[in-house]
Design a protein around this ligand. Structure first.
Ligand code: ATP
Length: 307
């Protein structure tokens, strides 16, 4: 058994996000073109007893965390932006797997946070995915990726994709994944304004009968042809209808991105992150620089895509 396992949890953007219906249990049926980008949290997992000697490491240790149903899960982070309690998706992932596999040993999870929180970049989901994959290795559980994805969807719609990685069409409530083999060369600049958007609010206020649905089939066909221009013309996210109405700054950021030379620009997930698509890394880095001058208070980052 490994003493320590380190997993990168990559952020995702939605190159297309369509909602095509709602189930009786409140879940939404999605058709989403998901893409991982080279911006990641680092999740370190280790067995608890070895690390328990250094009590200082556990400044964030809570009584609650140690006594949850007899499970020993210690959660720490370099960031104070994430909750270090049972509401953390990484914690929930550890608990789910421990219960599923009847693991009685403890685990220490340390999250080095680089992905902006509550951004529409699947930060929590990717940490949860990293925990499932990392604990699978740490405890030698031998689960396949498919099995981890099946477990993961119980934690959130984006978790299965974060386990699969790369590029995929996500359908159902996020559990039905089809890998996208061909993707044009592209570079991304993400801009995360410091407004917090509640995913719950966005879905609750979504009026499906009023939105313009992106043509997911055409987006996929353009990708297949590696036609970046056409792909970016087709970009669409139905959740923009709710988030932009509440926060007009998002439209301003999309326009600013286009002015700095983006081939296309869109909001990711339920927002508020906006991303621009660029044809070369040089253009992306130049746009990152110009956007930082214009919006010095805002998180801005150029990144490649993960294939
Ligand atoms: P998605 O794109 O999947 O909707 P998001 O990027 O919009 O996710 P997160 O960064 O996952 O949003 O944060 C949403 C909320 O989840 C935050 O309010 C945060 O407090 C909570 N949260 C729980 N666990 C985590 C985690 N490991 N990392 C970040 N946020 C977390």
């Amino acid at each position: 058994m490994d003493a320590k396992v380190t997993v990168k949890g990559y952020a995702k953007i939605n190159l297309g996000l369509d909602v095509i219906g709602k189930l009786d249990n409140g879940y939404h049926l999605l058709r989403s073109v998901m893409q991982q980008i080279d911006l990641y949290d680092t999740v370190e997992l280790s067995h608890l007893p070895e690390r328990m000697e250094n009590k200082d490491t556990y400044h964030a240790l809570t009584e609650e965390a140690l006594t949850d149903n007899g499970l020993q899960i210690v959660l720490t982070s370099d960031s104070d932006a994430v909750p270090l309690d049972q509401s953390n998706l990484a914690y929930k992932a550890a608990k789910l797997l421990m219960e599923h596999d009847s693991i009685r040993e403890g685990v220490h999870i340390h999250i080095i946070k680089k992905i902006p929180v509550a951004a529409g970049l699947a930060g929590g989901s990717t940490d949860a995915a990293a925990v499932l994959m990392g604990m699978n290795e740490l405890f030698g559980l031998g689960h396949s990726k498919d099995e981890l994805q099946e477990l993961g969807v119980k934690l959130g719609a984006d978790v299965p994709f974060c386990i699969m990685g790369g590029s995929a069409l996500a359908e159902g409530i996020g559990e039905k994944l089809t890998p996208i083999e061909k993707m044009p060369e592209m570079y991304i600049v993400i801009v995360k304004p410091s407004i917090g958007v509640s995913t719950k609010y966005v879905y609750e206020n979504l009026r499906l009968e009023q939105v313009i649905h992106p043509d997911t089939e055409q987006i996929l066909a353009a990708m297949q042809r590696k036609d970046l221009e056409e792909m970016t013309e087709l970009l669409g996210n139905v959740l923009e209808s709710v988030t932009i109405e509440k926060y007009p700054l998002i439209r301003e950021l999309k326009d600013a991105m286009l002015e700095t030379g983006a081939v296309g620009s869109l909001m990711s997930g339920s927002g508020p992150t906006v991303f621009g698509v660029f044809d070369t890394m040089e253009n992306a880095v130049e746009a990152e620089k110009r956007m930082r001058q214009k919006y010095p208070q805002v998180f801005i980052q150029a990144a490649g895509i993960i294939r």
